[in-house]
Design a protein around this ligand. Structure first.
Ligand SMILES: Cc1cc2nc3c(=O)[nH]c(=O)nc-3n(C[C@H](O)[C@H](O)[C@H](O)COP(=O)(O)O)c2cc1C
Length: 389
């Protein structure tokens, strides 16, 4: 499914919004997602999506961002289930494409009303499916998705509209577990695919892919090649690509091999678990797990400048061996120790956390402090107890 498009801007012919209707040549099944709160706008946007070659349209009733909610769109529609059902019925009526709806379990700052919302929506005969993201609009990513509640809704809607569940799916075995335990018709993934673009293949194979760091570099370089094709392989293209490319490494660097034998009965969602960076890793593994934004810029630059996968591996290995990256790592992990900072950096348009440069001895002291803190808090060595996203 494409990124959410504001129906009003689509109908005005806004080129950015229209780009969200573009289907990739190899996409076998493509849905356009719209945000609207009027029947007329919604119906016209469905016609536009139909003309653009979409297979179905999804109405976004889950987006919590202010840009949507201040206009009465996205998750703000959940506050009034009857009005929402009227809107959906009006858009679905005589629609040239199947219509689905994406919701959350609760509107912002309110108790869950997902049973009521789904109860109203399932009365609409022509509604193709409902996707439930198992968090409230206010939760963002602070809590694990509530799959028990999703399962309850499925149970009470049996025989009516298909329900798709969404939230925290990172592995094929979590997807299978959610399907089996809740009876959802399918699962939707989001961040999992950003961290592991090969996740869909794992679903198909029902097996965990164990990619070496070199294999991962190949995957990431493929993305770079697509960006070069799209934006152009010159300074202008690079500038445009760099609005997106370093950002991808915020997700890619969270990758961890999670075999089912080891993690299948972990208990809490793997997506919500923050793993510590192993400092004893090989340089290439180390650079590909670096969580600092400044490192993501450097990784992106190495990949962009490389002229082959092997060259990319060599450049990234050299980066992993550089003392700068080690200093950055200590700074990123222990950014609160401000008094040790003696340099700052600001590359490109986005403001950056200052790069903290330290001597080897300072870094050793900080690492020892961190290990002691971990021991005090009782966190297992591979799990960082502070931060769960
Ligand atoms: C970068 C990013 C962009 C997103 N854009 C949309 C969007 O356009 N429409 C939508 O319904 N949800 C969007 N979402 C939310 C996801 O579809 C999904 O509901 C949410 O991330 C929970 O799933 P997850 O735990 O698998 O990430 C986005 C999420 C992320 C991380």
């Amino acid at each position: 499914m494409g990124e959410m498009a504001f129906a009003r801007n689509l109908l005005k012919g806004d080129p950015l919004e229209l780009s969200r209707l573009r289907r990739a040549k190899n996409e076998p099944n493509f849905g356009v997602q719209i945000a609207t709160n009027t029947i007329e706008e919604g119906r016209l946007a469905v016609v536009k999506a139909h003309e653009a070659g979409a297979d179905w349209v999804d109405l976004n009733c889950g987006c919590p961002v202010f840009e949507a909610t201040r206009r009465g769109l996205g998750s703000s529609l959940l506050s009034s289930p009857s009005k929402l059902a009227k809107l959906v019925a009006g858009i679905a009526d005589d629609s040239p494409l199947p219509l689905s709806v994406k919701i959350r379990i609760a509107p912002h700052g309110k108790e869950t009303n997902v049973h009521k919302v789904v109860g109203k929506l399932r009365e609409i005969d022509s509604l193709a499916a409902i996707t439930i993201h198992g968090r409230s609009a206010g939760d963002r990513y602070t809590k694990a998705a509530d799959w028990n509640l999703v399962g309850d809704v499925v149970a009470s809607s049996a025989g009516t509209v298909p329900i798709v569940g969404n939230g925290d799916i990172l592995t094929h075995f979590e997807a299978t577990q959610r399907l089996n335990e809740t009876g959802v018709a399918g699962v939707m993934v989001a961040r999992g695919a950003l961290m592991k673009p090969w996740l869909f293949q794992e679903f198909r194979d029902k097996a965990t892919w164990e990619l070496s760091s070199e294999d991962r570099v190949e995957v990431y370089r493929r993305l770079v090649c697509y960006m070069k094709e799209h934006f152009g392989d010159d300074a202008k293209g690079r500038k445009k690509a760099f609005y997106f490319l370093p950002w991808h490494f915020e997700n890619f660097t969270r990758y961890k091999h999670l075999p089912e034998e080891e993690y299948g009965d972990w208990g809490s969602p793997l997506m919500q678990t923050r793993w510590d960076v192993d400092e004893e890793q090989l340089p290439l593994d180390y650079v590909l797990s670096h969580r600092d934004k400044a490192a993501h810029d450097l990784i992106a630059a190495s990949l962009w400048d490389a002229d082959s996968d092997a060259d990319a591996v060599a450049r990234l290995t050299a980066l992993g061996e550089s003392a700068d990256l080690r200093a950055l790592d200590a700074g990123a992990e222990l950014g609160e120790v401000e008094e040790l900072a003696n340099t700052g950096s600001h590359r490109g348009g986005r403001p950056r956390k200052p790069v903290i440069r330290r001597t080897e001895e300072e870094i050793a002291v900080l690492r020892a402090e961190r290990a002691a803190k971990r021991e005090r808090t009782g966190a297992p060595p591979h799990v960082d107890s502070r931060s769960r996203r």
